[in-house]
Design a binder for this molecule. Structure first.
Ligand code: NDP
Length: 434
C-alpha cells in the first residue's frame, strides 16, 4: 500500500487474490521463494503519456494515456483499452492484474496488460473520437505489436475506436499487422463472435454453475446491469437459453420491463443511435418503466449479472438480492461486486462467478482472433462459438476442481485465484528471476 498510495482498486484486487493463496503456500512453500508474490504484484512496465488533440471548436484538449504491461510470462501482454473519465493508474493496474490471472485461466498463451485514457467519449463527435484515437496511437504504437502487447476494447472502446487506432498504427508503421489489436471489424481482420464473446461466455459460465445443481437458465428472471457490449450479448445469450431479462441500465438510470427486455430495441438505441437507455421507455410500447438513478439490484430476480463497471454491486445490493431469492451471480464486468457483497453471497449459498473466470470469453476469443490473423484464416460463427463454449466449460471445470482440491467446494473465487496463480507462477519460475 505504501508503494502504491491512492490506488484503491489495485489494493482491492491484489488483496482479494492474496487472501486466497494461504492454502497454496501451506501446501507448496516453494511458491513463496524468490519474492514471487512481490514480483507477481508489480507490473513489468507502466507507461503514462500525454494525448493532445483538437476538438470541433478548434480548442486543444489534453488527456492522459496509460498502458500497464503487467505480466508476460505466458505470452504477449493482452488486455483492453478503456476510455472513461474515471481512468487512473490505479484503475489500469487493477485491471492489468486481474487480466493476468484471467488470461492464465483461459489456458491460452497470453500475458496480462491493460490501458486506456481519462478521455470521456460521451457527447463527442465521430471526428473528435477519431482525432483522439489517432493521437493516442501516435504514442502507443511504439510499445505494442503482435509479439509484444496486443490491446483490445473495453469501456468506451468498441469496433469503431479499434478501427481508428488500427488505421493510425498501419499508417505510422506501414505494416498491415492484423495481430496488433483485437476486436477488429470482420472485413479488416476481425473474428466472428468477438463482439458477442464476453457476454456469451459469462452466460455459458452461469449455465455451467447452475448445472452443478441440476438447474439451468430456462425460465429464470435475470437482471443485467449496463447496456454496453458485455450487457447486450449477455442478454442475448440469456434469452437464447430461455431466461427472461427484466432490467438493464446505464450510468443515468435503469429500465425495468416485466414483458422481458426487447433486445432489438436496446441494440438499436445503443449500437445504432448511440443514445441513452432512457430512450427505451420512449420507444417501447407496453409497460416498461425508466427510473433515473434507480438501483438495479432492487429489482427482484433469480440471477444477477453485473456487466457495467467495478464496485457497482455493494453489500446493501447483495442483501436486497438475497432477500429477493437470487440464486446465482455472474460477473460480466471486472470486479463489479465489492468484497463485502461477495462474502454475503457466499455465506448465503448463492452461486458466485468471479469476473476473472466468467468474463474470460472475450479475451479467449481475442486469442482466437490472433490465431486467425496469424494463419490468414477466417472461421465461421458456429466454429468460433463452439471453441468459445469449450473454453468456457474448461474454465468452469478448472475453477470448480481447484476449489474442490483445496477443500472449498463451490468457491469459484478461490478456485479461479488459485488456478490462475499456479499457472502464472510456474511460468515465472521457469523463466528465472526476471
Ligand atoms: P461499454 O462501454 O460497452 O459499456 C459499459 C456499460 O456500463 C454502459 O452501459 C455504461 O453506461 C455502463 N457504465 C460504465 N461505467 C459506469 C459507471 N461508472 N457507473 C454506471 N454504469 C457505468 O463497456 P463493456 O461492455 O465493454 O465493459 C463493461 C465491463 O465489462 C467493464 O468492467 C469491462 O472491463 C468488462 N469487460 C469487458 C470485456 C469486453 O470484451 N468488452 C471483456 C471482459 C470484461 P454509460 O453509457 O452511461 O457510461
Amino acid at each position: 500500500m505504501r508503494r502504491n498510495p491512492g490506488e484503491t482498486e489495485f489494493h482491492q484486487a491484489t488483496r482479494e487474490v492474496l487472501e486466497s493463496l494461504g492454502v497454496v503456500l501451506a501446501r507448496h512453500p516453494d511458491y513463496a521463494q524468490d519474492a514471487l508474490l512481490e514480483r507477481i504484484c508489480e507490473p513489468e512496465r507502466q507507461i503514462i503519456f500525454r494525448v493532445p488533440w483538437v476538438d470541433d471548436d478548434g480548442c486543444v484538449q489534453i488527456n492522459r494515456g496509460f498502458r500497464v504491461e503487467f505480466n508476460s510470462a505466458l505470452g504477449p501482454y493482452k488486455g483492453g483499452l478503456r476510455f472513461h473519465p474515471s481512468v487512473s493508474l490505479g484503475i489500469v493496474k487493477f485491471l492489468g492484474f486481474e487480466q493476468t490471472f484471467k488470461n492464465a485461466l483461459t489456458g491460452m498463451p497470453i500475458g496480462g496488460g491493460k490501458g486506456g485514457s481519462d478521455f470521456n467519449p460521451r457527447g463527442r463527435s465521430e471526428g473528435e473520437i477519431m482525432r483522439f484515437c489517432q493521437s493516442l496511437m501516435t504514442e502507443l504504437y511504439r510499445h505494442i505489436g503482435e509479439y509484444t502487447d496486443v490491446p483490445a476494447g473495453d469501456i468506451g472502446v468498441g469496433q469503431r475506436e479499434i478501427g481508428f487506432m488500427f488505421g493510425q498504427y498501419k499508417r505510422i508503421t506501414n505494416r498491415y499487422e492484423s495481430g496488433v489489436l483485437t476486436g477488429k471489424g470482420l472485413r479488416w481482420g476481425g473474428s466472428r463472435v468477438r463482439r458477442e464473446a464476453t457476454g456469451y461466455g459469462t452466460t455459458y459460465f452461469v449455465q455451467s454453475m447452475l448445472a452443478t445443481k441440476g438447474d439451468s437458465l430456462e425460465g429464470k428472471r435475470v437482471v443485467v446491469s449496463g447496456s454496453g457490449n458485455v450487457a447486450v450479448y449477455t442478454m442475448e445469450k440469456v434469452i437464447q437459453f430461455g431466461g427472461k431479462v427484466v432490467a438493464c441500465s446505464d450510468s443515468n438510470g435503469i429500465v425495468v420491463d416485466e414483458d422481458g427486455i426487447d433486445l432489438d430495441l436496446v441494440k438499436e438505441i445503443k449500437e445504432v443511435r448511440r443514445e441513452r437507455i432512457s430512450t427505451y421507455k420512449k420507444l417501447r410500447k407496453g409497460n416498461a418503466t425508466y427510473i433515473e438513478d434507480g438501483r438495479i439490484w432492487t429489482v427482484p430476480c433469480d440471477i444477477a449479472m453485473p456487466s457495467a463497471t467495478q464496485n457497482e454491486l455493494n453489500g446493501a445490493d447483495a442483501k436486497a438480492l438475497i432477500g429477493n431469492g437470487c440464486i446465482a451471480v455472474g460477473e460480466g464486468a471486472n470486479m463489479p461486486t465489492t468484497p463485502e457483497a461477495v462474502r454475503l453471497f457466499q455465506k448465503a449459498g448463492v452461486l458466485f462467478a468471479p469476473g476473472k473466470a466468467s468474463n474470460a470469453g472475450g479475451v479467449a476469443t481475442s486469442a482466437l482472433e490472433m490465431q486467425q490473423n496469424a494463419s490468414r484464416d477466417s472461421w465461421t460463427f458456429e466454429q468460433t462459438e463452439a471453441r468459445l463454449a469449450t473454453i468456457m466449460a474448461a474454465i468452469h471445470d478448472r475453477c470448480a476442481e481447484t476449489a474442490d482440491d483445496y477443500g472449498m467446494p463451490g468457491n469459484y473465487v478461490a478456485g479461479a485465484n488459485i488456478a490462475g496463480f499456479i499457472r502464472v507462477s510456474e511460468a515465472m519460475r521457469a523463466l528465472g528471476v526476471i
